[in-house]
Design a protein around this ligand. Structure first.
Ligand SMILES: Nc1ncnc2c1ncn2[C@@H]1O[C@H](COP(=O)(O)OP(=O)(O)OP(=O)(O)O)[C@@H](O)[C@H]1O
Ligand SMILES: [Mg+2]
Length: 336
């Protein structure tokens, strides 16, 4: 696909433009012709053996030719340098940006086109492989959650029930120990259930995004002591894929607030915006956003990649008067 488009662009844009190859050739020929003309017309001759004065004249002529050639080369290659600087500014985590035409020769225009086409292909491939990776990760989480719940969870629940039954019949001396054992097994079963729930947000499938976010923020408030304020719109038109992206990003953002922000309050908002898009905002009153150097750490990078899956945009910035605001914007699903 790319090759054919590339060729047609080359022909279309090539008309009326000078090719880099011929401009360099012409510059070289012009400098050579000028040097020969000067040699022919100027009142100088080269004797054998060459006199020192003649060597000086030849060297000066050569230096002048070099300078002229250097100036011509710098002008001809300037668009290539501009193009290189633009290429270096392309950020793979901000897709959709393309190089503007920097002008110049047909080769530079063709290179710009080829680079833009390569970005198209890379972004498509990246999006598809990220989708596959996230799907595989979700499937794996579901499998681990199911096994934790069905295997270890059931075993621990069984152990709790059996130790409770034995404790009832046991002599008083060991009854307390058996009751401790039952409590430990019960606690273990609860922990396994909590871990399984975090791994597989079944409430998302069963009750929808709003309820899942309510459950998530409630658990977080109970565990961390943070005051969580919620403002969650209902009946937002979202695909299952977008709901999962929003849920996972909220999960990571809230975990980050608990782990890093030293905050006392966190606000989570989910609301529809003008043209059918949706924004999720997680805002805390803690120590403020991470410096740029850590902005690409695993958690934040994972959030950015998930956002890209649904053509969303994620920003993390300082909140006023203090703290951090994470904002995820998803476009109207119909316009994607
Ligand atoms: N709400 C926040 N307030 C202050 N600092 C934050 C906040 N969120 C993230 N950070 C900072 O950004 C860094 C990167 O966060 P990120 O989620 O990518 O990694 P992590 O939480 O340290 O590890 P991981 O998420 O991979 O377990 C954190 O180490 C922390 O310093
Ligand atoms: Mg994190």
């Amino acid at each position: 696909m790319g090759t054919n488009r590339h060729v047609s662009v080359w022909h279309d844009r090539g008309v009326g433009r000078h090719s880099l190859f011929w401009r360099l050739f012409a510059a070289y020929a012009a400098v050579g012709a000028a040097a020969v003309t000067v040699l022919v017309l100027a009142p100088i001759s080269v004797s054998v053996p060459t006199a020192p004065r003649e060597i000086v004249v030849l060297l000066v002529g050569f230096a002048i030719a070099l300078v002229v050639y250097l100036v011509v080369l710098a002008r001809v290659l300037a668009p290539l340098e501009r193009l290189t600087r633009l290429m270096q500014r392309i950020d793979p985590l901000t897709p959709g940006r393309r190089l503007d035409e920097v002008g110049g020769d047909a080769e530079v225009v063709a290179l710009t086109e080829a680079f833009n086409e390569m970005l198209d292909r890379l972004e498509t491939e990246r999006r598809e492989s990220a989708l596959r990776a996230v799907a595989a990760q979700e499937a794996e989480r579901r499998r681990i959650a199911r096994e934790l719940h069905d295997e270890i969870g059931q075993t621990l629940t069984g152990l709790a029930l059996r130790s409770a039954a034995i404790a009832r019949r046991a002599p008083p001396g060991i009854r307390t120990e058996l009751e401790d054992m039952r409590n430990a097994a019960r606690q273990g079963a609860d922990d396994v259930r909590t871990i399984a729930r975090a791994l597989r947000p079944e409430v998302l499938d069963e009750l929808g995004l709003r309820s899942a976010l309510v459950a998530l923020s409630r658990t977080l408030a109970e565990r961390s002591g943070l005051v969580v304020e919620r403002a969650l719109d209902e009946d937002l038109a979202l695909s299952a894929e977008s709901e999962l992206v929003i849920y996972r990003i909220a999960q990571e953002a809230l975990t980050n607030v608990v782990r890093h922000a030293h905050a006392s309050r966190v606000q989570i908002r989910l609301c529809g915006v003008g043209d059918g898009g949706v924004t999720l905002t997680v805002r805390d009153d803690g120590i403020g956003p991470p410096p740029d150097t850590v902005a690409d750490a695993t958690g934040i990078r994972g959030m950015r990649e998930r956002a890209l899956l649904v053509d969303g945009e994620l920003s993390i910035r300082a909140a006023l008067p203090r703290g951090t605001e994470l904002r995820l914007w998803l476009p109207n699903p119909m316009r994607r």
